[in-house]
Design a protein around this ligand. Sequence first.
Ligand SMILES: [Zn+2]
Length: 79
Amino acid sequence: MNCKGVIRELSNYIDGDLDPIVKQELERHLEHCEDCTMIVDQTKKSIEILCDSKPVELPTDVRSRLHDGLRQKLGKEPT
Ligand SMILES: [Zn+2]
């Protein structure tokens, strides 16, 4: 899995709604990619703040805004 794959699966990963095989691939990518680790970390944190630590579903508009932001962020990075 590459960085784009991580971004694509990010919301599912955080929701805990990811296929175990995909999740494993994603976590393997995180082990060697600081950027994605940071993104996952920050996303988790902002969701916790957003949801006041309650395990609620992320609203679709928030999710897509988040994805747009992450895509832009990744787009700037040389690969
Ligand atoms: Zn990455």
